[in-house]
Design a binder for this molecule. Sequence first.
Ligand code: DGT
Ligand code: CA
Ligand code: CA
Ligand code: ZN
Length: 573
Amino acid sequence: MERNDIAAVLDEIATLLELTGENPFKIRAYSSGARVLEGLAEDLDVLIAEGRLADVPGLGEALVEKITVLRRDGALPFHQKLRASVPAGLLEVLQIPGLGPKKVRALWKELGVEDLAKLKEVCEAGAVAELKGFGAKTQTKILEGIKNRVAYGKRHRWYQAAAVAEPILAGLRALPQVVHAESAGSLRRNRETVGDLDFLVASSDPAPVMDWFVARPGVKEVTAHGETKSSVRFENGLQADLRVVPAAQFFFALHHFTGSKEHNVAMRHRALGRGLSMSEWGFKPVDGGTVAPGAASEEEVFRALGLPWIPPELREGNGEIEAAEAGALPDLVRHEQIRGVFHNHTTESDGDATLEQMAAAAEGRGWEYLGVSDHSKSSFQARGLDEARLAAQVAAVARLNASGRFRVRVLAGSEVDILRDGTLDFADDVLAGLDFVVASVHNLFTLDREAQTARIIRAVENEHVDMLGHLTGRLINRREPYEVDIPKVIDACAANGTCIELNANPWRLDMDWRWWRHAAEKGVLCSINPDAHDVEQLGFTEHGVRVARKGWLTAGQVLNTRPLAGVLDWLGR
Ligand code: DGT
Ligand code: CA
Ligand code: CA
Ligand code: ZN
């Protein structure tokens, strides 16, 4: 078992012990042991082999033994026994926002709550509001949390859906019966989450295509298996539809099933104005005539309505048809236009790759620059750097650049914590010595909207802050954004010439695509930042580009499409 998975088991043991009412010291030993393990500077295997794990501060004898067993066997009898002593459904109950182990234990012992269904029941009966330490407000919040969880269960993050779709699409295209194959729907529109997959195929011989589709590995249930449409559900809960149409109809169907519904409505309206009714089957003259334009490409569908092709990611009914008509569609930013990235972590804080490994990987991607911004000291759980360690890192970056080992230029920065009052975790003179500064919120997510907005704006106003990190703190399907007045923050960024980050981590995609067009119109620059914690995660940049496109952004509106000289010039340092 890997180090971080072992830490997760230790955390779960701590949680289970709390649920069973163990003494607080024992509980804390496990959770702090998990933190120690995550922050281990030395290789775990070396420490175990040399019998030095017990020398690590914060790891007692009991923990050393359990970590060793987990590393060796991948499982721990103590953990399994503990798990068996607590209703399995309680771990799900624990995931409801606002419910920690203490509260869950009370619900379990006082009201017999053993799973989410029972929790919902006792909330609706009003019993939770009566419980000591809870109250009506908590009860309402719990019900809301249960509702969100159900809603989340139905949608999948884009990249998970894409991972399922890619091999299927490639397989469909390789079938001899298939003329065209595309995936449509929200996946093609680059939405952040996908409800279900919508495959579309042109073929005059659908049966073998359908048979192939319903027999995909990972298909758990076939809910329809017909001549024109089949539907399946995969093991991870994702559903997929496949529609097979004659080739002449394909591009109309592709347009229709790409959506969005709002876009389709606007297109149909436009068609009617030209005497045509429009559907997934094609055009039909409204006056009962028989001659209507066909389409041998999606371009031709749009052209028949006097429009240029509209990229799928813009088809949300947000004025894309008007822009197309006016010849004002944006020339959307492309992945190959990215010349480097800011906001990446190394082993100095919570990253898994060294400075040199990150530089080598950035160079391998053909980038001109790599910004390194480890956490600052207040983020102690992420081994944030204090002033001395930061200075040492800046010196290490300078040495690396001077060594000529890499062509890529490493920029020394910091992801500095925004403190409660909007001041920063480092003094101005420290920040002034860096190549760039990303300021981020990492705590106090429950501040009210006014206080949260005020502290972020204060940070944005600091002249040393170049960009604002993950603006809302959301984790898609997992954590709601904190309360913050986004338009106000955008205005502050515009007024102070501060960039807003498009955090490309697929959990975050923050700031959300819905705000970028507005921000860009206000003159705010976007920086597409992978927030990479290892070399693989530099690839997150691609997700960021996808969101930027969905947000109507052009290369000119994205800082890191600029060459090194342009970036240094903008940073003005
Ligand atoms: P999803 O699956 O919830 O992430 O979102 P979509 O956009 O993939 O929606 P889905 O799978 O229900 O349908 C695919 C596309 O088919 C949708 O974007 C537009 C089209 N469509 C579906 N139902 C309707 C409808 O009632 N009216 C119109 N105009 N288009 C529809
Ligand atoms: Ca869909
Ligand atoms: Ca669908
Ligand atoms: Zn961060």
